[in-house]
Design a protein around this ligand. Structure first.
Ligand code: ZN
Length: 85
C-alpha cells in the first residue's frame, strides 16, 4: 500500500520545479517558518545558499506567493512534468 493514487499534497522543488511528495523527508529545508521539499540534496543546498533567489517574494500572503509560484511553474514546465537529473 505504499503506492497510492489518491491525491496527496504535492510540493514543488523551488529550485528545479520538480514535484516532490512529502514522503521524501530527506531533502527538506525550513525557511521563514515554511518547509520546502527538494528532489535531491543538490537542490536543497542551492536553495539553502540563497533562498530569496528562488522565492522572489516577501511572502506576506501565502496564497499570492503560491499562485505566483504555480504560474512560474507552468511557464517553466509547459504543463509537463520535469526532471532535473
Ligand atoms: Zn531538484
Amino acid at each position: 500500500m505504499e503506492k497510492s493514487t489518491s491525491p496527496k499534497q504535492i510540493f514543488i522543488d523551488p529550485v528545479c520545479f520538480m514535484k516532490v511528495t512529502p514522503d521524501k523527508k530527506d531533502f527538506t529545508f525550513t525557511y521563514k517558518m515554511r518547509t520546502y521539499y527538494f528532489c535531491a540534496e543538490s537542490c536543497r543546498k542551492a536553495f539553502e545558499t540563497n533562498p530569496d533567489k528562488y522565492l522572489e517574494s516577501k511572502s506576506s500572503k501565502p496564497k499570492g506567493w503560491w499562485g505566483r509560484y504555480l504560474e512560474r511553474l507552468n511557464k517553466a514546465t509547459g504543463g509537463k512534468s520535469q526532471k532535473c537529473h
